[in-house]
Write a protein that binds this ligand. Structure first.
Ligand code: ATP
Length: 237
C-alpha cells in the first residue's frame, strides 16, 4: 500500500533521511525502531507532507504523494498522530475531535457525530468527557484523544509517532491493544516507538533505522531473535 524508494530529506544542511526505501503492506502493523535522531519523525513527517523530500518516491495506493501538501495527503487517507500530540488544551474534547475532520469534504454533521460515537467506543475512557477541556485530561487520555482525532479523517494508513512517551505501562498496554483493534478493522498502521518491548508485542513487521536509513528489517520474531538488536534495543545484558 505504501512504497518508498530512495528517499532523501534535508533539514537545512542536515541530511535526516538518506536513500531510504521501505514497503508497508495493506493491513499490517509496521513498527519502526531507532535511537534518537535516527530520522524516524522526519520519515513520518515526510510521508504526511510536512517536509519536502530532496530525492526519491513515495507511492501510496498507486499515487505519487512525495511533495504533496499535508491536507492533500490527509484526503488520500493518511493520518499522522504527532509525537507532541498537538492537542488544543483550551478546546473541548469534542472540538479537538472535530478538528481531525477539518479536511473532510463531508458536511453532514450526523455522519461526523456517528464517527465520534465510534471513536468513543474505541476509547471508552473518553466517554462522558466530550465537553471537558482537553487540557484537563490525563496524559493517557490526551494521547487517546490525539489518536481519536487522527481517526476522524477516516485514514486507511494511520501513523503514530511515539504514542507511549511519558505514559504509565498500563496505559501503554491499552493504547497498544487499541492499535491491534484498529488493525483488525483494516487500518494499516506505522508505529514509531522507543518503547521497544511493547511495540514488538503488537508488530507484524519491524524496521530499524539508523542515521537516516534502514539497517534491519524483518518480522517481529526475526527482530526479537536478532542478538544485535536485542543488545541495542531490548536491553539484553
Ligand atoms: P527522536 O526520537 O529524537 O524524535 P528521530 O529518529 O525521530 O529522533 P528526527 O527527529 O527525524 O529523528 O531527526 C533526524 C535528524 O534531523 C537529527 O539529526 C535531527 O537533529 C535533525 N532534525 C530534525 N528536525 C530538524 C529541524 N527542524 N531542523 C534541523 N534539524 C532537524
Amino acid at each position: 500500500m505504501l512504497s518508498i524508494k530512495n528517499l532523501g530529506v534535508y533539514h537545512g544542511y542536515v541530511q535526516a533521511i538518506n536513500n531510504l526505501s521501505l514497503e508497508a503492506k495493506e493491513g499490517e502493523l509496521l513498527v519502526i525502531l531507532g535511537a534518537n535522531g535516527a530520522g524516524k519523525s522526519t520519515l513520518l513527517g515526510t510521508i504526511a507532507g510536512l517536509y519536502r523530500p530532496s530525492a526519491g518516491e513515495i507511492i501510496f495506493r498507486n499515487n505519487s504523494i512525495a511533495g504533496q501538501k499535508p491536507d492533500q495527503v490527509v484526503k488520500q487517507g493518511i493520518s499522522l498522530v504527532p509525537e507532541k500530540r498537538e492537542i488544543f488544551s483550551s478546546l473541548s474534547v469534542l472540538d479537538n475531535l472535530m478538528l481531525g475532520a477539518f479536511h473532510r469534504y463531508r458536511k453532514d454533521k450526523s455522519e461526523l457525530m456517528n464517527d465520534v460515537k465510534e471513536i468513543m467506543e474505541l476509547f471508552p475512557a473518553l466517554k462522558g468527557r466530550e465537553r471537558d477541556q482537553a487540557g484537563s485530561l490525563s496524559g493517557g487520555l490526551q494521547q487517546m484523544l490525539a489518536i481519536g482525532r487522527g481517526l476522524m479523517s477516516r485514514p486507511t494508513l494511520l501513523m503514530l509517532d511515539e504514542p507511549s512517551i511519558g505514559l504509565a505501562p498500563l496505559v501503554v498496554r491499552e493504547i497498544m491493544s487499541i492499535l491491534v483493534q484498529l488493525k483488525k478493522k483494516g487500518v494499516t498502521i506505522i508505529l514509531v516507538e522507543q518503547n521497544t518491548k511493547s511495540a514488538l508485542k503488537v508488530a507484524d513487521s519491524v524496521l530499524v533505522m539508523e542515521r537516516g536509513g534502514i539497517t534491519h528489517s524483518g518480522s517481529s520474531s526475526d527482530v526479537i531473535a536478532d542478538s544485535l538488536i536485542q543488545e541495542a534495543y531490548l536491553g539484553k545484558a
